[in-house]
Design a protein around this ligand. Structure first.
Ligand code: ISE
Length: 338
């Protein structure tokens, strides 16, 4: 039984805690850390034998913790990953790997120096059945080569504190990883365009929506709409234009209701609900890999986190310059192949 320590039990961390305690087999949570002690103690109260450890570094070092789940503030991921790598403990880290490409590189270098792949990064869509089906079709080549993709990432409402930086490092980063995984290529150019901003943007430093345009090394163009105060629901869309046809992400199954001259279909309010199945799959895969003392090849690695961070750094540059920025990526090292 894998003994897991979780750092951060906000909304997402609490979901991961409950998931590990109730749905996933082969693991149990032994310790939890959070900046908000009261909140953490409330979360663990119904579960016997789960300890609260205030200091996250002490939690990582705890002898009853074999593996660490990092769901704390983005700015802390790098430090906690480095400490767990030092101790050779398995890590599930929510994205981003680090707040910057330079920080992500430090983590990749530390993991390579240790000689063992320990990090699984929380890019959950790699486990989503709809995305998996879309990828399978695109890579099969049945529709010819992919040329263009149109993606939309819409959140109903973004917290007031979130700005242009988080729109890229917290939201667009999902499209960046998903699309490079889906077509098996990395990005070489990035540009961010600001259309007219919605009156629903709550932060003067948040342009909403934004259009992120990415070019892969093969010349494919990925056009992502990032709209984080769309008001109506959580909505994710993707259409891939290939030489011999198009492939569109299936919408998640919902009952369609016809009544009083109208047709409607329920939607989900947040990503935790929208991607619930993907989260379950990715955690089971992580626990199974840790218990087998290996890594899950289907999941995102620290290298994927680094590639995403290099790309988001270029998007942030473009938000300021308005121009097309180079994405300085190189080929995947052998250590991260397979
Ligand atoms: C959040 O961190 C997520 O991961 C959600 O999936 C995404 O939709 C949201 O924009 C992010 O802030």
């Amino acid at each position: 039984m894998l003994k897991v320590g979780i750092i951060g039990v906000g909304a997402m961390g609490t979901e991961h805690f409950l998931r590990l305690m109730n749905k996933i087999t082969g693991a149990t949570v032994t310790a939890v850390s959070d900046v908000n002690e009261e909140r953490a103690k409330k979360v663990i109260a119904p579960y016997e034998g789960v300890r609260f450890i205030a200091d996250p570094i002490a939690l990582i070092n705890d002898k009853d913790v074999d593996a660490v789940v990092i769901v704390s503030a983005d700015s802390t991921h790098e430090e906690f990953c480095l400490e767990a790598i030092r101790l050779k403990k398995f890590i599930f880290c929510e994205k981003p790997l680090s707040a910057s490409a330079a920080g992500a590189r430090k983590v990749v270098d530390a993991e390579m120096a240790g000689g063992k792949r320990l990090i699984q990064l929380g890019f959950n869509r790699r486990f989503d059945p709809a995305y998996k089906e879309l990828k399978e079709l695109v890579v099969s080549g049945k529709l010819g080569a992919p040329l263009v993709a149109h993606c939309a990432h819409r959140n109903a409402n973004y917290p007031e504190a979130f700005d242009d930086v988080v729109a890229v490092t917290g939201t667009a980063i999902h499209e960046i990883d998903t699309m490079s995984w889906l077509v098996g290529d990395y990005f070489t150019k990035a540009q961010v365009i600001f259309p007219k901003t919605s009156r629903h943007s709550k932060n003067k430093d948040l342009h909403d929506p934004q259009i992120v345009i990415l070019t892969t090394s093969s010349g494919m163009v990925v056009n992502c709409e990032i709209w984080v105060n769309c008001q109506y629901a959580y909505d994710i869309r993707c259409e891939v234009l290939c030489e011999d046809g198009t492939a569109t992400l299936p919408r998640h199954a919902r009952v369609e209701v016809c009544t009083a001259n109208s047709k409607s279909c329920g939607m989900t309010s947040d990503g935790l609900g929208f991607f619930a199945e993907a989260y379950n799959e990715e955690f089971q895969a992580w626990v199974d890999a840790c218990n087998a003392d290996t890594y899950c090849a289907a999941a995102a690695s620290a290298w994927d986190g680094y590639c995403a961070a290099v790309t988001t750094d270029s998007c942030l540059k473009s938000q300021k310059s308005g121009g097309i920025e180079e994405v300085p990526l190189t080929d995947r090292p052998d250590f991260y192949k397979g």
